[in-house]
Design a protein around this ligand. Structure first.
Ligand code: GBH
Length: 426
């Protein structure tokens, strides 16, 4: 069965940040620091999904969707990151999973979509190797409760973005600006992934994936310099996270003046490279790279022109999705497991969102043309307008409009269109 779904994330939709024993996360801390998030918005209430989940599940069913990718808030389950379990936190996801099954919707939980318990950040966050083991322990707690009803699990969401925005550039929580010194965050997340795969399988999980955000990298010109820069960017954005998982080795980082990651210990790559049941791929747009850049970086973003852009300013390049997936098949060959597009979507204003329809139609059509990839699912980001991280509530990615004053949900034109698109295909 091909999975047609939407994707969301806990901190972006749930709200109820102090309810039923949830501990604080790094996003609570960060969003409450002045100047971090546009207009001082926070996820304190968000879409109030913690109380309105039944209505939201009904909305998914109404769109004819058969899958739902959501994330579990680690600090709801383990308020201090480890140690005492908060049963009320698990109860919330337990109810949600049951409600999804009642509607014939396959639950696909992600265990980490960036809302690390603050207590773990206080112990070093993902700069600390210990966090990897804590993550696996948390994964085991959740799977012991849900694996009788959840087949498919995703360990991490976009470890690249979490490393670069959270620890490298400070645009996301925890707000650190370590630049390339953030690289241990890649390894510790990947190690956490590998340890979590083992823990999930031991607790009865049948299918395990990781979700990486990937971008086709276009050299700004045919010059040797730009091609080398594009290769260096591809290494950092795509290969650093896909190679260890699929090939069991890190890519060559010499373009960054780095001779291997010194936090890697013997056996780590075997842990990271265990067989997976699928690769989750989030696609938004290609990246055009010239080189070299400032601050000693071997690349710079040259920007894409000549394509329409979303309200966020991101270029709309549907063929980039085909290029990306076929590029993965070319690079990884037999090592590429089935692929799921676990996020694809766009920010636009308005309820008569014809631009979103055009965006989704173009990307679904591009996915249909992909050759040589066992593509098994497509998830729209997102079901609801929600808390768009550093942009607060300013970017609207939903198939369903949310009035953040009243919490009223209004399906957009794209919601109705998607139902017809899915029905026409089946
Ligand atoms: C995802 O990240 C997240 O998983 C999700 O939580 C989030 O809400 C959603 O996407 C929408 O943002 O500068 O024009 O080249 C997406 C990561 C990083 C993808 C920045 C697009 C740059 C666009 N994004 N990237 S551009």
């Amino acid at each position: 069965m091909f999975l047609w779904g939407t994707a969301t994330a806990s901190y972006q939709i749930e709200g109820a940040v102090r309810e039923d024993g949830r501990g604080p996360s790094i996003w609570d801390t960060f969003s409450h620091e002045p100047g971090r998030v546009r207009d001082g918005h926070t996820g304190d209430v968000a879409c109030d999904h913690y109380h309105r989940w039944a209505e939201d599940v009904a909305l998914m069913a109404g769109a004819g969707l058969n899958a739902y990718r959501f994330s579990i808030a680690w600090p709801r389950v383990l308020p201090s990151g480890y140690g005492a379990v908060n049963p009320a936190g698990l109860d919330f996801y337990d109810r949600l999973v049951d409600a999804l099954h009642e509607r014939g919707i396959t639950p696909v939980p992600t265990l980490f979509h960036w809302d690390l318990p603050q207590a773990l950040e206080d112990e070093g966050g993902w700069l600390s190797r210990d966090t990897a083991g804590r993550f696996a322990d948390y994964a085991a707690v959740v799977a012991e409760r849900l694996s009788d009803r959840v087949d498919m699990w995703i360990t991490l969401n976009e470890p690249f973005v979490h490393m670069v925005f959270g620890y490298g550039l400070g645009m996301h929580a925890p707000g650190r600006t370590l630049f390339l010194d953030a690289l241990p965050v890649a390894h510790h997340q990947l190690l956490g992934h590998g340890l979590a795969v083992q823990a999930l399988r031991a607790a009865g999980a049948r299918q395990v994936l990781v979700t990486n955000n990937c971008t086709p990298v276009w050299p700004a010109s045919g010059s040797e310099e730009d091609r080398a820069a594009a290769d260096a960017y591809d290494t950092l954005h795509n290969r650093l996270f896909n190679d260890p998982v699929l090939l069991g080795a890190y890519p060559d980082l010499s373009a960054y003046g780095i001779d291997g990651l010194d936090v890697v210990r013997p056996g780590d790559l075997e842990t990271i490279a265990q067989p997976l049941d699928g690769l989750g791929v989030n696609y938004y747009n290609p990246t055009r790279i010239a080189g070299p850049g400032a601050d000693g970086l071997p690349f710079r973003d040259a920007g894409i022109t000549g394509y329409p852009t979303t309200a966020f300013g991101w270029p709309v390049v549907p063929e980039g999705l085909r290029e990306l997936l076929e590029g993965l098949a070319a690079r990884y060959g037999e090592a590429l497991p089935p692929v799921y597009v676990t996020e694809n979507g766009c920010s636009y204003e308005g309820i008569d969102d014809q631009e979103r329809i055009a965006y989704l139609d173009g990307h679904i059509a591009a996915a249909e043309r992909v050759e040589g990839v066992d593509l098994r699912g497509y998830f729209v980001w997102s079901l609801l307008d929600n808390f768009e991280w550093a942009e607060g509530y300013h970017q609207r990615f939903g198939l369903v409009h949310v009035d953040f004053e009243t919490q009223r949900r209004t399906p957009k034109a794209s919601y109705h269109w998607l139902r017809e698109r899915i029905a026409a295909r089946s």
